[in-house]
Design a protein around this ligand. Structure first.
Ligand SMILES: Nc1ncnc2c1ncn2[C@@H]1O[C@H](COP(=O)(O)OP(=O)(O)OP(=O)(O)O)[C@@H](O)[C@H]1O
Length: 767
């Protein structure tokens, strides 16, 4: 069978049209004659020898310390370079030589365009036996896959027992048939959302039933709106007024960028409502978040660490009135070592909540999380097999073992000649992403970077610049691989193959979103054979796989250029480091001055606390430093293993406690009401930790006093006749006193203060 297509001009037409020149520049691409992999070689190498830059880059980028940006340093270097060249060209013209030009790049480009008009003869990878490569790949895989598929089937049966089988009766091809309130309909129209995506059509009615949901669909399929719409619909019916204000929904996401994005989507969808959101992400001002949380926003969108910080240290903030918990990109949160944080947060939520868990990829640890935190969830796997979007064309460029040193030149060649704008490039390490960004800058290519070595401010700025089209390239680590929705990304380039297939899916999922076309290009090293097989196997389209070959003579030209700039990159990094040191010294000075001036005030502030003890924290930090990883970025397998172990440990504790028998704590408080249990826990805590326990208990009690009623609890109207407040005890009574998915013909009705739900009469609304 022939699976891999040759790229010809027709194929290219699926990518957004570029200038004719750019189009003409595309190389002739042929199938590889003898594509052969061995399992050695690591594509994730430095662009330079590691010794040359390790120290420099490791120490260069620290949050908010650079007074002079890397762009300025690059410009400075370029200027120096140009004037040097000018001098040497003057010198050579004086000496009668005409073999050099004023600007190296100009000569390079004109030379290259001449060359590009020539047929690309001499391709080392040309030939016609790519079928063998493909055939070999698929047949090997088939043997092992039959076994794994039967294991999967057994797994599916096991899961079927655990999940709810509710299926919504109507299939919705339009939002209009979902009976959503008018403010929501208006927002959907203004966003241009006419029909729900498959995951939205499946999830919204079920979520309105109040069921727990596990949602899985391919990247870019609209999962964010799938959980936001039902939440907003419900909140329109919440009780209102100053005493009713409470945080009723919590959306947890793994990265700060995703939190910001989710906040934007939520704000747009709630534009015509009075529902208030609050963004609680790390890296942003703690103080202003505290102030915002004090006002008890309806929905909090948070990253786990920062949320815990507020739970522990913002006295008025509590999750006691929470009705809905959303875990978005749950597998990423677990793989990034947030298992303990998630446990802590879930413990702080009322058991009566509705929980929705969404991700494009599901892992075993997510299964465990589902088991421990969801109640008989409805499983909505819109796309059961792990696949890419149908509209995605996936290209692969082979990097032979002996050509690994030219990987960067290969990337530069692709970006100079073919993929020139709206390109996101993924790297395994922050260091490499930064180096290549500097190199692109020196090559006059407009690039930004996005990874965990930058301050939050720098990260958001880079993202905005790329969104706005000011930067053509975004150099990113896997920090950006999840969930980010940037309009019009044409190409995703994987500088190196990620270590896991899920990671690959998320990376390439940054393009070809919401039914649009897109292209991914992956540089495949000799050691990536296994993953390449998975990718080809899970390809969703019919003929979406391509093998691209870069003409070697052009590659050679760019490789020379990259080598030439090597020292320049090192100098830029060195200058950056010096800038940073200077800035740090300034900061230390400022810090010292502040201490002298405000010592009394600073020491009078209460110490912030954390859910882990200092010992636990140190242990976790030790693990991190052993693994050479940093939170929230990159994802070397070792860290993943550690997190996995930690999750398993915490999961096993939790699972035991669910079964009930081996948990002494559960035995101790068995049979008590929730309120009595809390009181007892508070007393115990007080006994255990003396004064600190007393303070904590006092805070808990204050929070309890300030807690608002549940959404459906009707408060007496002020000024009017008092009505009896219905006592609601059950889960269904709290958040979903009625099945909101079946409310008939009530479009256009806004919830009003005092309206009743749950089958009770409504004032001013047709039912
Ligand atoms: N019903 C709809 N009609 C048209 N466009 C939609 C609809 N729902 C969502 N979109 C658009 O689809 C894009 C992808 O949505 P979203 O980011 O929610 O996808 P996702 O499934 O969460 O992706 P990922 O798995 O990568 O996080 C967004 O630009 C969004 O505006």
């Amino acid at each position: 069978m022939d699976f891999i297509m040759t790229i010809d001009s027709d194929d290219e037409s699926r990518v957004k049209k570029r200038s004719k020149k750019a189009h003409d520049e595309r190389e002739e691409v042929q199938l590889n004659a003898d594509f052969h992999f061995d399992l050695s070689g690591d594509p994730s190498t430095d662009i330079f020898h590691p010794d040359e830059t390790t120290d420099i880059v490791n120490n260069v980028l620290k949050p908010g310390l650079n007074s002079v940006s890397v762009d300025e340093i690059i410009e400075r270097r370029k200027l120096k370079h140009v004037s040097k060249r000018k001098r040497s060209s003057e010198h050579s013209s004086r000496s009668g030589s005409d073999d050099d030009t004023e600007d190296g790049m100009a000569s390079e480009t004109s030379d290259e365009s001449e060359e590009e008009n020539e047929p690309s003869s001499g391709d080392t990878d040309s030939g016609d036996s790519s079928l063998d490569w493909q055939h070999d790949t698929i047949s090997e895989d088939d043997d092992s896959s039959s076994h794994s598929e039967s294991v999967l089937e057994a797994d599916e049966d096991r899961k079927a027992e655990f999940f709810d089988t509710v299926t919504p009766q109507d299939s919705h091809s339009s939002f209009l048939t979902m009976n959503l309130s008018r403010p929501l309909q208006r927002a959907l129209t203004s966003l241009g959302f006419v029909s729900p995506t498959p995951i939205q059509a499946a999830a919204i009615p079920v979520a309105l039933l109040g069921k727990d949901v596990v949602g899985n669909a391919v990247t870019g399929s609209g999962k964010t709106a799938a959980f936001t719409i039902p939440i907003l619909e419900r909140l329109l019916y919440r009780e209102k007024g100053i005493h009713a204000a409470a945080t009723r929904c919590l959306i947890l996401v793994p990265t700060r960028e995703l939190a910001v994005q989710c906040f934007e989507v939520g704000s747009k969808l709630s534009a015509y409502t009075d529902i208030r959101f609050c963004l609680v992400a790390g890296g942003l001002s703690l103080k202003s978040q505290e102030v915002a949380l004090r006002a008890r926003p309806d929905i909090v969108i948070a990253t786990p660490g920062r949320l815990i910080d507020h739970l522990r240290n913002s006295p008025s903030f509590t999750l006691d009135a929470l009705d809905v918990l959303v875990l978005d990109e749950a597998d990423r949160m677990l793989s990034e070592g947030f298992a303990d944080e998630l446990n802590e947060i879930i413990k702080s939520c009322p058991a009566s909540r509705q929980t929705m868990l969404f991700s494009a990829t599901m892992t075993d640890s997510v299964d465990e999380l589902v088991k421990m935190s969801l109640k008989k969830p409805v499983r909505l796997f819109v796309d059961p097999k792990r696949t890419t979007a149908r509209e995605l064309i996936q290209e692969f460029v082979r990097v032979r073992a002996e050509k690994e040193a030219d990987r960067t030149a290969l990337l530069v060649t692709l970006c100079k000649r073919i993929f020139r704008q709206r390109v996101i490039i993924f790297f395994r390490s922050k260091k490499l992403a930064h180096q290549v960004r500097v190199l692109f800058g020196l090559l006059d290519m407009n690039a930004e970077e996005l990874h965990g070595d930058l301050s939050q401010e720098q990260r958001l700025k880079a993202l905005q610049s790329f969104r706005d089209g000011q930067a053509d390239f975004l150099m990113a680590t896997d920090l950006a691989s999840r969930g980010l929705d940037i309009k019009g990304i044409e190409t995703v380039i994987n500088y190196d193959m990620p270590s896991q297939f899920e990671q690959y899916l998320h990376r390439v999922g940054r393009t070809a979103r919401a039914g649009k076309c897109g292209r991914s290009v992956t540089l495949v090293g000799e050691g990536d054979r296994k993953l390449l097989k998975s990718v080809i196997k899970h390809n969703a389209g019919d003929d979406n796989i391509r093998h691209r070959i870069v003409p070697p003579e052009i590659l050679r030209r760019w490789a020379d250029k990259v080598r030439e700039l090597k020292n320049e990159v090192v100098v830029v990094l060195q200058e950056e480091k010096e800038e940073k040191r200077l800035r740090q010294a300034e900061m230390e000075l400022k810090k010292g001055q502040n201490m002298l001036e405000h010592e009394a005030e600073i020491f009078s502030r209460p110490r912030r606390t954390w859910f882990q003890t200092e010992k636990d924290k140190a242990r976790a930090a030790d693990c991190d430093s052993d693994n050479g990883t940093e939170a929230c970025d990159g994802s070397p397998s070792k860290r993943r293993r550690t997190s996995g172990t930690s999750l398993q440990a915490s999961v096993s504790i939790k699972v035991v406690s669910q079964t009930g028998h081996d948990d002494p704590k559960r035995e101790k408080y068995a049979g008590l009401s929730r309120k009595a249990k809390r009181r007892k826990i508070a007393l115990d805590a007080e006994k255990e930790s003396g004064e600190k326990g007393a303070i904590d208990a006092a805070i808990r009690s204050a929070k309890r006093e300030a807690r608002a009623g549940k959404i459906s609890k009707i408060q007496p109207r002020t000024g009017g006749r008092k009505k009896a407040i219905p006592k609601i005890t059950s889960r269904a009574g709290s958040a979903f006193a009625q099945d909101l998915s079946v409310k008939a013909r009530r479009e256009g009705i806004r919830a009003r203060k005092g309206d009743k739900i749950g089958g009770m009469s409504r004032k001013g609304g047709r039912r």
